[in-house]
Design a protein around this ligand. Structure first.
Ligand code: COI
Length: 356
């Protein structure tokens, strides 16, 4: 068996000021240290280290700057009432990272080793996990291609990095319902593209529609790229609609990102015996259900957004109000249960929690 690599640590002595709860936005403040590891064709993944957080020095010809060969993940560390730090299903994120790696021709990481490195980093930065309700330490693992070369081919050099950011709510609305615009002109991806991989290009492709959306729109809802009829996802979260007593979410079809929160929501609904369906869902079906008074609620689910109720779907000049713009019962129950488990306030019947 290959010998496990030792994580070298180079700690900084002077800590940065920790933010006050009211200064916490999403992803603007970073902790004192980061994890790094390099890949070269001859050595594989090597030199794992925890070092002070600082700018990287990278060759301007590094392939990531030109062709976008990169992947990332998003997860969170939570502070429990006993002052412990815990993670939520981190194994699934590293598994998904390897799925994205495979699509982007990036060499796989050792998932167990990545989790060990993450725990070591969080252990060191535990004091950065904020305490206020609804806050957490956001974890951003990512891999970039660093070979200095302008040819279009998979890179032979990479960096795997993990940075940490104390965060508040992702949307400025917090857990209050958000308005979502249905996108008609642009598409995010198509089956066979990179939609089910977590790669920066998908997010770059989503910016134009977001920029054109009217003021007060939190995000856009993507339809499928071929028929432009079927609901796929909102760029930063998967979506669920409660129609006539059943919760429906678009089935994974090769262009939708498989969210860890999405999977947890489905498992919770099944556990509660709430009917849940993963299937093709057209926008027309949602509009008709609304017209017939059968669209009971809608919400998004994602690591950054947690559970985000949807108050309105906006299509051009049509505003379709859902549940009188209020948070629905299922969304509220899911939010309370998921965050209760994540923050160690309620029992975890699924074994989702990983102590640091
Ligand atoms: C997450 O929910 O962690 C994500 O990665 C979405 C993000 C683009 C903020």
């Amino acid at each position: 068996m290959e010998e496990e690599q030792v994580i070298r640590t180079d700690l900084c002595s002077s800590g940065k000021e920790k933010p006050q709860a009211d200064q916490l936005e999403f992803g603007r403040i970073f902790t004192d240290h980061m994890f790094l590891m390099d890949f070269t064709d001859d050595k594989g993944w090597h030199d794992p280290r925890i070092v002070p957080y600082e700018p990287l020095s990278i060759d301007p010809s590094a392939m990531v700057f030109h062709y976008g060969q990169s992947v990332f993940e998003g997860m969170k560390a939570y502070r429990t009432p006993d002052e412990d730090a815990q993670l939520f299903r981190p194994q699934r994120n590293f598994k998904r990272m390897n799925h994205s790696n495979s699509r982007l021709c990036i060499p796989p990481i050792d998932e167990a080793f990545a989790l060990k490195a993450l725990k070591q980093l969080i252990g060191l930065e535990k004091d950065w996990i904020p305490e206020a309700e609804g806050t957490s330490l956001y974890i951003r693992p990512f891999i970039i291609s660093t070979e200095p070369y302008l040819g279009v081919s998979p890179s032979s050099h990479y960096k795997f990095i993990i940075i940490l950011s104390p965060v508040g709510a992702y949307y400025k609305e917090g857990i209050n319902p958000v308005k979502i615009a249905v996108e008609h002109e642009y598409v995010r991806t198509v089956k066979g593209g990179t939609g089910e991989a977590k790669t920066g290009g998908n997010y770059a492709a989503s910016l134009k529609a977001q920029e054109l959306a009217e003021d007060g729109i939190a995000q856009v809802l993507w339809l499928d790229g071929v028929d432009r009829k079927y609901i796929e996802e909102v760029g930063s979260m998967n979506v669920f609609f409660k129609i006539d007593g059943k919760v429906v979410t678009p089935a994974l079809n090769g262009s939708i990102l498989e969210g860890v929160t999405r999977n947890s929501v489905i498992q919770l609904l099944k556990y509660w015996n709430v009917p849940v369906e993963e299937r093709r869902l057209s926008l027309e079906e949602v509009v008709t259900a609304h017209k017939d008074g059968k669209l009971e609620e809608a919400f998004g689910a994602g690591t950054a957004a947690v559970i985000s109720p949807i108050s309105q779907l906006v299509r051009g000049d049509k505003h379709l109000e859902i549940n009188q713009g209020k948070t629905g019962t299922i969304a509220k129950r899911l939010y309370d249960t998921l965050t209760g488990i994540q923050y160690g306030k309620i029992q975890d019947p699924f074994d989702w929690i990983e102590k640091v």
